[in-house]
Write a new protein. Structure first.
Length: 332
């Protein structure tokens, strides 16, 4: 059914059978958590522990397109909370959803109605046109409100450590720039997926360049893997360090690595100008080495500059380490 952001898939979050069915429908690994929709902060506190940071966010932004992650109380079905026991809560600014939650008296899962790595569902055809017959049979009811406004999904904020950490940047922005925390390779791939969905509307109209900057092993290739999956590409994505350039799905996605380039001329020799004219989708690792050449095409192409940095130097009061990266992006 519709929400203020996109079409969502809803089941009783306290019903193990329903959650298992939803996981089969979404075609996602068991253990990947779901956020849940409630009607009030008082209801939320039955399912999570709210610290001062979370309470301030509830007061400022909810109801609205924000998911606030807190320590769970383990009162939902297995598979809804994360493996570490955290739970994301939403209070939607959408009467249909809140009326149903109020009538049911229990939280509903609040996840998008598309299968994993498929197009954002702004209309029912976006859902039915991208799932199998087996998945369709798992749907009990569809409430069709036509095509929804193409809003961003909810912003996801982790408040576990009594501080605001952006896990997904959506419609609400807490900072002037787009910035999210990645805690795993899967998180980094998901950011690639999210950015593709954000700029997919330009596909076939303008070249789209994802310019990746970050140290060795930061996750540039993982980002490209997520980008490829979101584009429906099944080819194996590898770092093109030795070939300088790889093509996936007969050129649907071009993957360039500038690590071994000694000068901008090597980049030019890859016929980058023609790739822009051909309206190609291009992911460039070590883009900072050829930034001057890339920036020449900022008026002809959509150039998304992505910076990945390690967060290994963290306060002793915070958990984390080498697996955590801060990923920021801007369109130039």
């Amino acid at each position: 059914m519709p929400t203020e952001t996109l079409y969502g898939a809803f089941v009783d979050a306290t019903n193990p059978k329903a959650v298992k069915k939803l996981t089969q429908y979404k075609n996602r690994p068991f253990g990947k958590p779901y956020s849940v929709a409630v009607t009030t902060q008082k209801m939320a506190e039955k399912y999570v522990e709210l610290n001062e940071t979370a309470k301030n966010l509830y007061k400022t932004f909810l109801p609205g397109p924000m998911t606030i992650v807190s320590k769970g109380r383990h009162n939902v079905a297995n598979g809804v909370e994360s493996e570490t026991g955290s739970l994301g809560i939403r209070i939607p600014d959408y009467k249909l959803v809140t009326d149903i939650v109020k009538k049911l008296g229990k939280p509903l899962t609040a996840t998008s109605a598309n299968a994993s790595y498929k197009a954002r569902p702004y209309k029912v055809l976006d859902i039915l046109g991208n799932i199998s017959e087996k998945q369709k049979k798992l749907i009990d009811l569809i409430i069709d409100s036509g095509e929804l406004p193409h809003n961003e999904p909810s912003t996801v904020i982790d408040t576990i450590l009594d501080a605001s950490v952006v896990l997904r940047q959506g419609k609400i922005k807490l900072k002037g720039k787009n910035e999210v925390l990645s805690k795993s390779e899967e998180n980094t791939q998901n950011i690639g997926k999210e950015l593709w969905q954000k700029y997919e509307k330009y596909y076939g109209k303008r070249a789209i360049v994802f310019a990746l900057e970050g140290p060795m092993g930061a996750g540039k290739t993982q980002f490209t893997k997520g980008l490829a999956r979101a584009m429906g590409i099944n080819d194996e994505v590898v770092s093109p360090t030795y070939n300088l350039e790889e093509e996936y799905d007969k050129g649907k996605l071009l993957h360039i690595d500038a690590w071994r380039m000694l000068s901008d001329s090597e980049f030019v020799e890859l016929d980058f100008a023609k790739k822009i004219t051909d309206k190609s989708i291009i992911s460039i690792e070590w883009a900072d080495k050829v930034s001057d050449e890339i920036r020449k095409y900022s008026e002809e192409a959509i150039v998304v500059w992505i910076k990945i940095i390690y967060l290994s130097r963290r306060s002793k009061t915070k958990k984390g380490g080498d697996n955590e990266r801060l990923i920021s992006w801007e369109t130039i």
